[in-house]
Each structure stands twice: as structure tokens, then as C-alpha cells.
Design a protein around this ligand. Sequence first.
Ligand SMILES: O=C([O-])C(=O)C[C@H](O)[C@@H](O)C(=O)[O-]
Ligand SMILES: [Mg+2]
Length: 429
Amino acid sequence: MTRDLTITEVRLTPILVADPPLLNTQGVHQPYTPRLIVEVVTADGITGLGETYGDTKYLELARPLAGRLTGRSVMDVNGLFGIDLAVDASRVEGQADAGGLRGVQSADKLRLSVLSAFEVACLDAQGRALGLPVHALLGGRVRDAVEYSAYLFYKWAAHPAGVPAEPDEWGPALDPAGVVAQARRLRELHGFGSFKLKGGVLPPEEETAAVRALAEAFPGRPLRLDPNGAWSVATSLKVAAELGDVLEYLEDPTLGTPGMAAVAAGTDVPLATNMCVTTFGEIREAFERHAVQVVLSDHHYWGGLRNTQHLAAICAAFGVGVSMHSNTHLGISLAAMTQVASTVPGLHHACDSHYPWQSEDVLTERLVLEGGRIAVGDAPGLGVELDRDELARLHRRWAADDGGYRDRDDAAAMRVAEPHWRPPVMPRW
Ligand SMILES: O=C([O-])C(=O)C[C@H](O)[C@@H](O)C(=O)[O-]
Ligand SMILES: [Mg+2]
């Protein structure tokens, strides 16, 4: 049967998703965080799904783009990336992304962060039309399951008093015992075999102690610590010396390629990044200076699943490892991450995912992590189905919001509890 893969409709649904009070160096997660769900509908009724950031600056680009897709084919993914989104560079150039957690902001990165959701939706629609999984469209999987690491956070027991939020079942984690308890629970629930602690929250001695406690609780398991660039080169080297025997890698200990290069020159602990290399333009200098040993890709801002494969190929050519970064995301993005990760030959580190922290999803069935892995199936497309009632409910929450949560701002969320809080001057320690 010949299918008509012409796009006849594009639906954009901004939503607010519950998020626990997870701490990072910028502040704390809001009780609700914005995401954007993209649906691309073809002439013969196939719907492809995508997901990306839902903050205003992304919505402002996604809306006109959606309007220009009608009449194009979901097969024309190269053409999709050729569409001029007219990003107002003055709004973003040289700024930091998400308070700096995702590296530099640029007009092109903003453009790619929006296009990636449409690319995923087109690939999902292609797969559904052809009866093939997305990984087959990307050249085929090279593994049957993708491994994820447990993403540990310092966290409060609850969002600040008086702030409406969903119930939190995790409890606090503000010291080594709390971090180990959280790790045990995540391992019990999902079988994770490696652990990453989000650092940059407490003084480095306390975070070093937490990693030591993890090493004692889970001997021989790969451990990572990620202070999001909050340390000086000297502090980074001190921590690397103290934890070198247990770390799989240190992630963004300090800001910028020169600083990372200085740390890398002084330690054998590999350095990973989702901050100093977040665009193709940043690769050359970082690789020439041996500043990073593992690049944590993120298909949202690298520009989709095919660009993630391109990045992995470049990393392989330079002998640099590759794995995956994660922000708060739902199952559509986790399915997309899993599909592309299954096709990358040189992926030797477990990927990050926030998914276990998300009690809400827009899927009829949540993705299952077993033994820390997600099985890569052969269901058509991404292999996930949209729960329209849940999508509508989370959209109503977005629509009812007065704007306070429509743009992620961890520092503002922190000020609710600590009115004098300002994003720290870096290096913080
Ligand atoms: O550096 C990282 O891995 C991240 O930025 C991941 C997330 O943004 C995390 O830090 C968060 O959401 O607090
Ligand atoms: Mg990181």
C-alpha cells in the first residue's frame, strides 16, 4: 500500500510536569517544569511524537515552524533542518543555557533544540508508516538494551512550605547517608549498576564524602560526580586526587575549555562534559586541547537523533568517548534517547536520565528500566503511545499557570526558600 506521508497537521501542546525539589548549583527545581509535546499528523492519519523544552523561547520558535510544515513530507528531514527559523540572535547570543547547566546559549542551539523535537516526530511517523522502529531508520541497533545510570540528587524533603506541589515520596538527601539511601532505592526500583551524583550544591569536602560513602555501599560500581562547573581548577584537581580510585569520570568540574584542559592535564581521571562542548563549533578547540574525554550528547540541543550519530562519529574519530546527558524529560524523549543510543557503536558509559524522578508522563505505558537498562524493541516508530487524557491534564496545568513556571528558573525557585539567593559566582569553590 502506498502511504501519503504529507504533513496535514502539527499539534503543539505545552505542559507543566511535576518535578521534585532537586538541588543543583544554580538553585532548586521548580515544582512544575515546562515541556513541549509535538505531534506531526500525516494525510493518512499517522501521528509522530516528539518532545523538547517548553520554555517560552522554544514555544515562540516552535509555533511558526509548526505552521510551515503542512504540505511537506515527514520523509523530508533534511529539508526540515533547512527551514529558516529566523531566531533573534540578540536574545540569546553569548548567554548561558538554563542558568549555565547546558552550556552556552546561541541562536543556532536554540534553533536545533526546537527542530530536534520535529525531527523525532517525523522519524516516529516514518517508522509507524513503514512498520519499522526508529533505530532501523537510523541504520539499525547495535545493542538490544541501553544502559542508564542512577541520577542522584541532593534534595529537600519537599518544596518550600506553602508552595503547591505534588506529593514527594523520596524524602530528603542532604548528607552521605541520605545520598546512599537514595541510591539504594533507585537501585532497588530500577536495578541501576552505576551512579552519578549531581554536585556543586555542598562544599566539595561534603560531596567527596558522599561519593566515598557510595563507593563503600556499592564497591566496584562506576561512580560520577558533576558539580556543573562550580569548582576552580585547583579544587577540581584536589577532588580528582581524592576520588581518583573510585570515579568513572568527573563531569564538568570547572567551567570552560581552558579550565577543563588544565584539570585534564593534571589528573588521570577522565573528564566528561555537557557544558563546555554542547555545539559542533566547540568541538575542535576542546579536542585539540584534550580538555574532555567523554562528551555527553543530548539530542534536544545537538539537533536530533541523526546529529547525535554525527557527534558520536566525530568523538570516535578523536578517541573521545560519548554518552548522554539528561534534563527533566518524559517518556517520548527517553524513547528517542534509547533508540539512538542503541545505534551508537562506541557508547561505553551508561546514559543519564531524569526519568525516574518524573512521577507523571504523557504515555499510556511508562518505559521500564530493568537491571538499569531499557530494552530496545522492534515496535514501529518510537514504540510509545500518547495518553491524551494525561496530555490534556498537564496542558490544563500549563494554561492555568500565571506564568511563574512556564520558564524554568532554578534560582527563582530557590529564592522562595532563601530570599537572598543569587546564582553563585563561579568558581563557587
Ligand atoms: O549537567 C548536567 O548533567 C545537567 O545539567 C543535568 C540537569 O540539568 C540537572 O543538573 C538538573 O536538572 O538539575
Ligand atoms: Mg552534567
